[in-house]
Design a protein around this ligand. Structure first.
Ligand code: PRT
Ligand code: MG
Length: 212
């Protein structure tokens, strides 16, 4: 039996075509069912639904053999014990720095001011500002980062942006692009040895179905 960890929402939706190409059609709709273990057309493959930020943990410790996770989540979790054979080129976005439109980020940086930065992505933010030589106090949040500059909790946020509509709706502007993000296939290293042929078949089918 092969277990694949996915999160509900955009990763599940955007992984479906890749699964189909691998002959692994999922038989339940996670938006309609409360099941956390989903059967697929292939009796040897099941899908488990976990929080997006738990996918690397499931795969690292063997709760799942494979998983699909955003590069953002993967970097924050750390890559130990995870084989990353494929960039699936789905759920694309970027990690950016954003501030209130009336905050002069450039001069704050130029003057060497200490910045308060709220984010869910503390590892990515720490590394980015350290490389720039900007001193920051990082405030860890778990969601609704956009609210932090509006309430005075922080000067800036580090968050995911795709269309930019969320920033615009909250009177925030993107002032730096830190990195481009897409989702990655991650594989448990022990499973790759023990179930080599089955896992290789899935990797190859996914690879053949990735958008150019
Ligand atoms: O909700 P939960 O805490 O369980 O997990 P999650 O929020 O990490 O899950 P989910 O499904 O929202 O995101 C899973 C992955 O999708 C992320 O780790 C990214 O790799 C990827 N992804 C791609 C995105 C986006 N695009 C995206 N736009 N994840 C989140 N967003 C959010 C962003 O945080 C911001 O609030 O959408 C908003 C911005 O969108 P725009 O289009 O208005 O710019
Ligand atoms: Mg979310």
């Amino acid at each position: 039996m092969i277990t694949l960890a996915l999160s509900k929402g955009r990763i599940f939706e955007e992984t479906l075509p890749l699964l189909k190409a691998a002959g692994i059609e999922v038989l339940d709709d996670p938006e309609k069912s409360r099941k956390l273990i989903l059967e697929t057309r292939d009796p040897q493959v099941r899908v488990v639904l976990v929080r997006a930020s738990d996918v690397p943990t499931y795969v690292q410790y063997g709760g799942a053999d494979l998983g699909v996770t955003g590069l953002d989540t993967l970097i924050e979790h750390g890559i130990q014990g995870l084989y990353q054979p494929l960039d699936l080129k789905i759920a694309k976005c970027r990690v950016s720095v954003a501030v209130r439109s009336d905050f002069d980020y450039e001069s704050a940086v130029r003057q060497g001011s200490r910045l308060r930065v709220a984010t869910k992505y503390v590892a990515i933010a720490r590394e980015f500002f350290a490389a720039k030589g900007v001193h920051v106090d990082l405030i860890k949040l778990y969601g609704s980062m956009e609210l932090a500059p509006l309430t005075g909790l922080a000067d800036a946020i580090v968050d995911l942006v795709s269309t930019g509509n969320t920033l615009k709706a909250n009177n925030l502007v993107e002032v730096e692009r830190i990195m481009d993000i897409s989702s990655r296939l991650v594989v448990n290293q022990a499973a790759l040895k023990l179930k080599r042929d089955e896992i290789r078949r899935i990797i190859d089918a996914f690879e053949g179905a990735i958008a150019p």
